[in-house]
Write a protein that binds this ligand. Structure first.
Ligand code: KIV
Length: 296
């Protein structure tokens, strides 16, 4: 992590996000999983980077986020924290790292700050996770909640599908949001829920909401970086706006490289090293007349 100077932008904290909500300024968040992307996100001036367990799908190629381990998360969080110093850094707690017991939840949350350079953690779920949220927050670790489409419950939801589309489900989601706020969460991600419901939740909470597929009424927005860059080939959720076609750009660059190598056009002279004439002729002499070589 670079050392802050007088010119460095001010570190974003949970208080910065709260102030943005209070001032009506939208909060920006994207996912990041590696050093290079973290540097680019920091330079772009993003408020927060989420090292999401979505890395299980978009980086590691798993069909869901369920196989992601604490070790996967710690390693990717460390890479991100080496590349980004200004944004708030949030580590996503993987499946089964906080559900088994409150004790394990606190211990694993602690690893994100102690070992991985994160400033906060995120976990999925509402009232069932309130005790864990309270216990983690009581140790001084900021917690972000996550409601609506919670990918770690993909099998319970019967797929990656929009949530809270009925009156009853809408009421439960509002209650869960209030419970998480009372338990001490500093912010809540709302994923794939009706935009009007997300606006209502955002108005009822004093902590900021960050939407993904939840409309413009949230206090901030997050997207999976691989989705918005066009880097994930399997599917693109309807709520994603793609800002680049990096998959297309990679295919073009890889194809050009293969052609260049096959045609002998790469490496060219400017990509090659040389030695001085003196060294070269001495080397050729030594190879032609090995008996002249000094004995060791
Ligand atoms: O893992 C993730 O990237 C997330 C976002 C979709 C919010 O949880």
């Amino acid at each position: 992590m670079s050392t802050p100077t007088h010119d460095s932008p001010k570190k974003v904290t949970t208080r910065t996000l709260l102030k943005k909500k209070q001032d009506g300024k939208p909060i920006t968040m994207l996912t990041g999983y590696d050093y290079a992307t973290a540097v680019a996100l920091d330079k772009a001036g993003i408020d927060a980077i989420l090292v999401g367990d979505s890395l299980g799908m978009v980086v590691l190629g798993h069909p869901t986020t369920l196989p992601v381990t604490m070790e996967d998360m710690i390693s990717h969080c460390q890479a991100v924290s080496r590349g980004a110093s200004t944004p708030l850094l949030i580590g996503d707690m993987p499946f089964m790292s906080y559900q088994v017991s409150v004790h394990e939840a606190v211990r694993n949350a602690g690893r994100f700050l102690k070992e991985a350079g994160m400033d906060a953690v995120k976990l999925e779920g509402g009232r069932d996770r309130a005790e864990a949220v309270r216990a983690i927050v009581s140790t001084g670790i900021p917690v972000m909640g996550h409601l609506g489409l919670t990918p770690q419950s993909v099998h319970q939801m019967g797929g990656f599908r929009a949530q809270a589309k009925t009156v009853e489900a809408g009421k439960v989601l509002i209650q869960d949001a209030l419970i998480l706020e009372q338990a001490g969460a500093f912010s809540i991600v709302l994923e794939s829920i009706p935009a009007r419901l997300a606006t209502l939740v955002s108005e009822r909470l004093s902590i900021p909401t960050i939407g993904i597929g939840a409309g413009v009424g949230c206090d901030g927005q997050v997207l999976v970086t691989h989705d918005m860059l066009g880097l994930f080939d399997r599917f693109t959720p309807r709520f994603v706006k793609t800002y680049a076609d990096l998959h297309g750009e990679m295919a073009r660059a890889f194809g050009e490289y293969i052609q260049d190598v096959e045609a002998g056009a790469f490496p060219a002279e400017e990509h090659s090293l040389d030695v001085s004439e003196d060294v070269w002729s001495a080397l050729i002499d030594a190879l032609e007349y090995p008996e002249r070589e000094p004995s060791v």
